[in-house]
Design a protein around this ligand. Structure first.
Ligand SMILES: *Cc1c(COP(=O)(O)O)cnc(C)c1O
Length: 485
């Protein structure tokens, strides 16, 4: 039975000075519970639970019957969630672009949600507005933008790319381009959020032109030139050229200097999707891999990938802050025309917005950028080392030399036909997950099935990762033997 409103349960506390003791006690229990769970996770990034097994116990919870007890509820949550959670800090988690997170960012989360500032207006965030702005300025300086640069924190690369293309579209329309002629050019390996953005922006599914990639999976510059010329000849307007700095599968960095020059020559907005490769901005040794990014009109950086931040933390940075005016809308109750306050909502497609910037702030203030960039260097070097080891193993095939921190490979011993390798790849991945000892991703390259190791854990060793490859070979061998038998 629910407690009546007039007599709140002793645990029904708001974050309030009267309840500071309850706050501290509750948080400590939570932190202790999580630390204990962390201690139990050993060499097992996943439990291997199947969707139907995971769904039932959750569905069985009666939300109208609260437990009124913190520990009992944490125990229940463990059973429903933590016990089967996928742990990105485990060295044998090598599936998607998820990173282990740095402790200063977790410290910041206490304040992000505890104080619960909303970064839409100055009168809801005060110093938070300036912390976010200082981080934007710091990031744009690392990119090499000038004094007019600006930007905004977003929920992720998908939103950053959407906003970039929105600015590009409105810039083209403001310059007289006809809506029906607008096209977006990206490489065939560009992120699908570019397509999704084109759809959301009313450009249609055929508005994105895919430029072929070269033998290193980078946008082929000659093909880009031809694609832009063809658009011109058809009377279409290339409103944006999107280069990817770190493609999701191969970590390829498109030739930014050459792409920038071609985009500039056609008057196209040049967007760099550095959701993945953006961490190179902090690298003490590999910043030059992003040479040319300073020519961009806009850049997407995901701090929740190669900056080791908890989800969500991303930013859209623009060379000329005036373009952010395309998303400005004045509401009398919030950010009126005559407002003197610096209101971040004027630059964002969100209204209420988390103070995610504080996580990066505490990270930089406690650890400094060189440590973060050093982690990026570590995972790039790890991928190079693992790639070399995979190349030497006869039972596996390497799709391409690693570029950033992914290794695309598959089980295919000599003599095994491609069709069999295609069939085995997803089965190997599923078997690995079910065993729980390691996680890899599955992908397709030119229609063929491959496995992918995404290495974002600077604590993982080459031995850890080669252990996964050995496991893949063992599973492949037994699947193949079962097929033959
Ligand atoms: C991850 C990724 C995105 C999407 O970012 P989210 O933060 O997942 O929304 C966009 N582009 C590239 C290249 C990515 O790797």
């Amino acid at each position: 039975m629910a407690a009546p409103r007039s007599t709140p349960h002793p645990l029904s506390h708001l974050f309030h000075p009267h309840h500071a003791a309850s706050y501290v006690d509750t948080m400590r229990r939570g932190v202790d519970h999580l630390a204990e769970a962390l201690g139990r996770v050993e060499r097992r990034p996943a439990s291997g639970v199947a969707p139907e097994q995971a769904a039932k116990p959750v569905a069985d919870v009666d939300l109208d019957r609260p437990l009124h007890d913190v520990d009992a509820t944490l125990e229940e949550m463990s059973r429903l969630y933590l016990d089967d959670a996928v742990w990105f800090h485990e060295p044998t988690y090598a599936a998607h672009l998820n990173c282990p997170v740095v402790i200063p960012a977790l410290l910041a989360e206490v304040f992000v949600s505890g104080v619960n500032s909303s970064l839409d207006t100055f009168d809801q965030s005060v110093g938070g507005t300036f912390i976010e702005r200082h981080l934007v300025d710091w990031t744009t300086a690392r990119i090499g933008f000038g004094a007019d640069a600006d930007g905004i924190f977003t929920s992720g690369g998908t939103q950053s790319n959407l906003q970039a293309l929105l600015l590009a579209r409105d810039h083209a329309l403001a310059n007289g381009a006809a809506a029906s002629t607008l096209r977006v050019v990206a490489s065939a390996d560009g992120h699908f959020s570019v397509q999704k953005a084109a759809r959301l922006l009313g450009l249609g599914d055929t508005a994105v032109i895919a430029v072929p990639v070269d033998d290193r999976r980078r946008m082929d510059v000659t093909a880009l030139g031809a694609a832009l010329a063809a658009l011109d000849a058809q009377g279409h307007h290339a409103m944006a050229v999107v280069a990817t700095a770190g493609t999701t599968d191969f970590g390829a960095i498109d030739p930014l200097v050459e792409v920038a020059a071609l985009a500039r020559a056609r008057g196209a907005w040049f967007h760099v999707d550095a959701a993945y490769g953006g961490g190179l901005l902090a690298s003490p040794t590999r910043r030059d891999w992003l040479a040319g990014i300073e020519h961009a009109d806009s850049v997407t950086v995901d701090f929740h990938k190669t900056w080791f931040q908890p989800v969500s933390s991303s930013a859209l940075l623009v060379a000329d802050g005036a373009h952010l005016g395309h998303v400005t809308w004045h509401a009398d109750y919030l950010n009126p025309h005559d407002a003197a306050d610096p209101n971040q909502v004027d630059k964002s497609i969100q209204t209420t917005r988390r103070f995610d910037a504080l996580k990066l702030w505490l990270t930089l203030r406690i650890m400094g950028p060189d440590v973060i960039g050093g982690y990026v260097d570590d995972v790039v070097e790890l991928a190079t080392e693992v790639g070399a080891l995979v190349r030497d193993r006869p039972a596996v095939e390497l799709a391409a030399e690693p570029q950033l921190s992914t290794v695309v490979f598959r089980y295919r011993p000599p003599g095994v036909p491609v069709a069999v390798a295609d069939r085995l790849a997803p089965l190997v991945r599923a078997t690995l997950y079910a065993r729980g000892a390691a996680m890899v991703a599955a992908t397709k390259v030119d229609g063929h099935a491959w496995l992918k190791l995404t290495l974002l854990n600077p604590m993982a060793t080459a031995a850890d990762i080669i252990g996964i490859v050995d496991e893949v070979v063992a599973i492949g061998d037994s699947l193949l033997a079962a097929e033959v038998a």
